[in-house]
Design a protein around this ligand. Structure first.
Ligand code: F6R
Length: 608
């Protein structure tokens, strides 16, 4: 989950790499570093902390050179100190690395027995030493790389710079993403195409197990032990203009406000303009799908939980939702002809990738619902349904989530029609409800409501614990609200199915406990209303998210009530995701935590 870059240019390379690393900071931000070649020798600058610390180091001690590698880290092996910051250097070799070299302990022991002294706690350093030793023994860097690749186990990507080789980078990927950028007489490497967007849009994506020799004139790609392969050059759809914060304080705030477009663009891509119905992607278009297994992590998992309600109730398809990190190592029993759906914003979460591979091995056909078309999960799945949220940089997922929910809902409606479970009249009413959502979300985001969200967030930011409750389709939104709050404000929050409260968590409720209740007027509303009464009876502070009819029915003078536009209950989870994001965001602003880069986290989790 670190961000890595490499560049071969004819201009000063440090500012270019720093700029690319800024676009990769979502992947990790606990330390950073750059290395370049100056007069044939390696030079390096590193700093603990965010990139701004490295900028300070570079201002005091500039780094010249026109070829280099750079890194922003999310610590796995060893704390975020300067010594553990990348690039790691051994002799003539500098390495920046993302992911984990699983057999590093074994390789380290072997190197130590040969007298090598390690200067960091990282798994990365073994790569630098192994390559340096091979080069010192007389191998070319390319031959050393070909010999090294079969020796490494794990899921990783890395880029290598070699002293004395001013026109060479070596780059490798196994499961972790890596893109090569082709410029005009210059070449780049980055963890994703977004990092390279201002430099070039001509991208060669490495496949799992590929490694590459990169020179200013172009790239050559090889498989594990050195067999040359062709990889097509593609034009990335990400433009430099898409990667800024605009007038917003944080990417998260900008991305929350981009949700009307994210939903509209996703619908536009998913719905057939002729019929208005969603096109059902392969392999879900089979005549009979005995079971759907959704695999995902974090927020994407919660989108999957909402999808289960839709797929069961609208389409009548048996559906399970699995945490990817658990599913990947389980002996799940799945029926022949079943479909596994991987849901992932990044399309790179390693647990989700491994889960979809496991599902394949268990005989399932696979569908990816992802936001990044070129991602590994998209490329490895039998079918792809793209959400169109645009690049998401805030570590806490927002617009990608509502886009995932939108895609799932449209899909369930189409499957409901196909399998004769929904009448055309009902399906058409639901589609109208979906296409009205960008407008309804826009209403929630209107400036005039900001004051109310900020007042409630003020309370949440000061709470020790917060409970989020919801039933049925609102249950996943309660889980999502709690995750958002805890990850960006560090306030402890729990999401619970409202009906489960009486089986334990009710013991937590007292006058200090804010309880956020997600309760549109739907088929579960009356039961949730009883839970609201139970919270009040124990002195809990009720924060109610509901519509006008729900507010009329439940409002009491001490409550905070956020009244949302009235929508068809089927699409309500998509709308109600927005206020739980806003509450968490404003609570983070109130507390002064960094909403875009919360501590210990990173976006696109490519470790296990
Ligand atoms: C939370 C959040 C994470 C991600 C999770 C999966 O706000 O963003 O929980 O949802 O890491 O990431 P993707 O969807 O990229 O697989």
């Amino acid at each position: 989950m670190c961000g890595i870059v490499g560049a071969l240019t004819d201009r000063p390379v440090a500012p270019l790499m720093l700029d690319a690393l800024r676009r990769l900071e979502y992947r990790g931000y606990d330390s950073a570093g750059l290395a370049t070649i100056v007069d044939g020798a390696l030079q390096r600058r590193r700093a603990a902390g965010k990139l701004s610390e490295l900028e300070g180091v570079l201002a005091a001690e500039p780094l010249p050179g026109t070829s280099g590698v750079g890194h922003t880290r999310w610590a796995t092996h060893g704390p975020p100190t300067v010594d553990n910051a990348h690039p790691h250097v051994a002799g003539r070799v500098a390495v920046v690395h993302n992911g984990i070299i699983e057999n590093h302990a074994e390789l380290k022991a072997e190197l130590k027995a040969e007298g090598v002294v390690f200067t960091s706690d990282t798994d990365t350093e073994v790569v630098a030493h192994l390559l340096d030793r091979a080069i010192r023994a007389g191998q070319t860097p390319q031959a050393a790389m070909a010999a090294l690749m079969p020796r490494l186990a794990g899921a990783f990507a890395f880029v290598v710079l070699v002293a004395g080789e001013d026109d060479l980078l070596l780059a490798a990927r196994r499961a972790s993403p890596l893109a090569l950028g082709i410029g005009d007489g210059e070449c780049f490497v980055g963890s994703d195409a977004v990092a390279l967007a201002p430099l070039t849009r001509r991208i060669v994506y490495l496949e799992d197990g590929d490694w590459a020799v990169v020179r200013r004139a172009g790239v050559q790609v090889f498989r594990d032990a050195g067999v040359p392969v062709e990889r097509p050059e593609q034009v990335s759809t990400v433009s430099a203009a898409m990667v800024g914060k605009g007038n917003y304080r944080h990417f998260m705030e900008k991305e929350i406000h981009e949700q009307p477009e994210a939903i509209a663009h996703t619908l536009h891509a998913v719905l057939d303009p002729g019929t208005g119905a969603a096109t059902i992607p392969s392999p879900l278009d089979a005549d009979h799908v005995p079971k759907i297994t959704i695999v995902a992590a974090g927020t994407s998992y919660y989108a999957g939980l909402a999808a289960r309600y839709w797929l069961e109730s609208l389409a009548g398809i048996a559906t399970e939702v699995e945490l990817a990190s658990e599913f990947r190592d389980r002996d799940a029993v799945l029926p022949p002809g079943g479909v596994a759906i991987a849901v992932s914003q990044s399309g790179e979460s390693l647990d989700t990738l491994m889960a979809i591979r496991r599902a394949k091995a268990l005989g399932q056909k696979t569908l990816a619902i992802v936001n990044v078309p070129e991602s590994t999960i998209a490329r490895e799945s039998d079918g792809v349904l793209l959400t169109r949220a645009g690049p998401e940089f805030g570590v806490a997922s927002t617009k990608a989530t509502t886009a995932q929910l939108t895609a799932f809902c449209a899909l369930a409606i189409a499957l409901g029609r196909k399998h004769g479970r929904l009448s055309e009249e009902r399906a058409s009413a639901l589609r109208i409800a979906l296409t009205g959502l960008p407008g309804r979300v826009g209403e929630v985001l209107r400036q005039e409501h900001e004051g109310q969200f900020m007042r409630i967030a003020h309370d949440l930011a000061r709470a020790r614990d917060v409970l989020y409750l919801g039933r049925g389709l609102s249950y996943p939104i309660a889980l999502e609200g709690a995750l958002k709050l805890k990850e960006i404000t560090y306030v402890h929050a729990e999401g619970y199915a409202a009906g489960e409260m009486k089986h334990g968590p009710i013991a937590l409720i007292d006058e200090h406990m804010p309880v956020v209740i997600v309760a549109p007027t739907d088929g579960w509303f009356e039961k949730t209303a009883s839970n609201v009464a139970e919270v009040r009876a124990r002195g809990g502070r009720v924060i109610l998210l509901t519509d006008a009819a729900g507010a009329e029915r439940l409002r009491e003078s001490n409550d905070h009530v956020i009244v949302l536009p009235t929508v068809d209950p089927v699409v309500a989870p998509i709308l109600y995701t927005v206020p739980v994001q806003l509450l968490a965001y404003y609570a983070a602003v109130e507390k002064g935590t960094d909403a875009d880069q919360p501590r210990n986290l990173a976006k696109s989790v490519t470790v296990e």
